[in-house]
Design a protein around this ligand. Structure first.
Ligand SMILES: [Zn+2]
Length: 315
């Protein structure tokens, strides 16, 4: 990779990802289970209740990233790493390895509402397969959580990176959640470059099925009956142009499903530390600082996709 970090866009990411297919395949063919992240049990059972809602973590995949952590977060200092290790020791693999989870969340609410936030890396053969450490197993996790895909009424895609939309459709383009509307920011779709895998793999099939629901900015997905709160999406741009997060709240309790506003605990201890593949690092930093400040003020629980525990809090 010869580009400067500032030049890394979505397409470069794909190119970089292709270059590490060999390392990814080696991780996937790990019959001895030498990788501790692959031996860990999925954390399906550790759900959190928020008044009338239950937020359920669903671990699609886990394993090492294709870049050493210092390359993924070039500005992080030794002190940052030390503090991050205290928060998320599981993210620190051998040497400089970054171990990460690829996690989705389900939100169960009153009146049989069932929502999903993100759909992981997807099956063998999905676009993320070129670089993700293993194929995903979200369907197994859904079964374990007692969730029938046909009962999911809403799928929120925080953004259109390959490790977040993988199980949205099957390999033949059929929506995996046949009765769901798929909520994505219009600006996220508009920013996709021609030829981006997200267009052909997920956007076009969902649009053809009449299940793509593009929204502009904040949007309420569910109301808590008789109380304040509910479920809403809020724009959190920077990682991608139309990135969004999901706020689940009831009364004084709040869980924020962050998506990739932060992808490592090092960005919790210092929100100014950029992740290499942020589309706009400056906006990403502003978004991260704002979200973490609000989470601190509300004592919100953060539900993250890539830390090695589903729950954390703003510091
Ligand atoms: Zn991600």
């Amino acid at each position: 990779m010869t580009e400067t970090p500032a030049a890394f866009g979505r397409r470069t990411f794909l190119i970089a990802a292709t270059a590490v297919t060999v390392a990814g395949a080696a991780g996937a063919a790990d019959p001895a289970g030498a990788n501790p992240a692959r031996r860990r049990q999925p954390a399906t059972t550790s759900s959190r209740s928020v008044g009338a809602y239950e937020v359920i973590p669903l671990l699609d995949a886990a394993g090492p990233f294709f870049l050493d952590r210092q390359l993924a977060f070039p500005a992080a200092t030794p002190q940052d790493w030390e503090r991050a290790r205290e928060i998320d020791p599981g993210a620190f693999g051998p040497g400089q390895t970054w171990q990460l989870d690829f996690r989705c969340f389900a939100v169960r609410g009153p009146r049989d509402r069932l929502m999903l936030v993100d759909t992981g890396v997807g099956p063998d053969g999905s676009p993320a397969g070129g670089w993700a450490p293993t194929p995903g197993h979200l369907p197994v996790e859904l079964t374990r959580a007692g969730i029938d895909p046909a009962d999911v009424d809403t799928v929120v895609l925080t953004h259109l990176h390959e490790d977040h939309f993988g199980w949205s459709v099957g390999l033949d383009g059929t929506p995996f959640f046949p009765n769901a509307r798929y909520v994505v920011q219009r600006s996220e779709v508009a920013a996709l470059a021609a030829g981006d895998a997200a267009l052909s793999y997920v956007v076009d099939p969902l649009r053809a099925a009449g299940q793509l629901d593009q929204v502009d900015g904040s949007a309420r997905l569910a109301c808590a009956p008789g109380r304040s709160g509910g479920v809403r999406v809020v724009p959190t741009p920077g990682h991608t142009p139309g990135h969004q997060s999901v706020v689940v709240e009831d009364g004084h309790r709040q869980v924020i499903v962050t998506g990739d506003v932060l992808v490592h605990a090092v960005q919790l201890v210092d929100p100014s530390v950029a992740y290499r593949y942020e589309a706009d690092p400056e906006i990403a930093r502003q978004t991260r600082e704002r979200l973490l400040a609000e989470a601190r003020a509300r004592r919100a629980v953060l539900a993250t996709a890539h830390l090695t525990e589903p729950w954390t809090e703003a510091r």
